[in-house]
Write a new protein. Sequence first.
Length: 245
Amino acid sequence: MPSVTGWTRGETLSPAHRRRLLGAGVDPEVLGVLTLRRVLDPLPGWWHDGGNALYLGEGAVVDPALVGRLALYPFADALVVVAADLTNLVSLLVGGDEATVFLGPGTELTAGEIYCGARSAVVLDGAVLATRCAVIDARNGGSIIARTDQLWAADVYVATDDMHRLEDVVTGERINPYGATIRLGRHVWLGRDAVVTGHVDIGDGAVVGARSLVRGQKVPARTAVAGTPARIIREGVTWREDDAP
């Protein structure tokens, strides 16, 4: 059936793709309330030939030109699910086979960029508000999972890897992250220019200060951290979007 956004949609989310999304870390409660339909057209022939799948939720807005620029080169078995308005997203790129991208309802990435490499995953459950120029980069089999209700200030950078190998001169052992897992709990606030990279677990309600670096760290729930590297500056905190005295 034709859609108002220029897409022709077909069947609802297949059981196999549902299992894959849940395995990638999508919240079952979020997925359970969505009506997703697979896009049939306009997509290039190689997209279908490679077993790739794009699903859109009700109210999702995706410019076909954004998807037209999605591929750096042909890939196979990619799964991209969009249940948000991506009008203001600058770039969505897939960099290899078996990439999984889930952008949940209420997500707003103004002038944002997303990259998902081969066998990697980007999961934003929903209500992720990034005010400007967020960069989200998962590669080398890594994953970035953000639970609902996120507030990210301008120029936040969330990346599983450094994109280049750093190794010990004597042993040749790699010493920087490779295919890391980043998890952000519910109701997390990342300050301006915050960098989150490597294996990271940020707990519910945590706050990361402006220009802070969280790298290979566990940030406890309801704490405020700041600095490079980030350290706890206060425990037992919460935050609200309003700016009341």
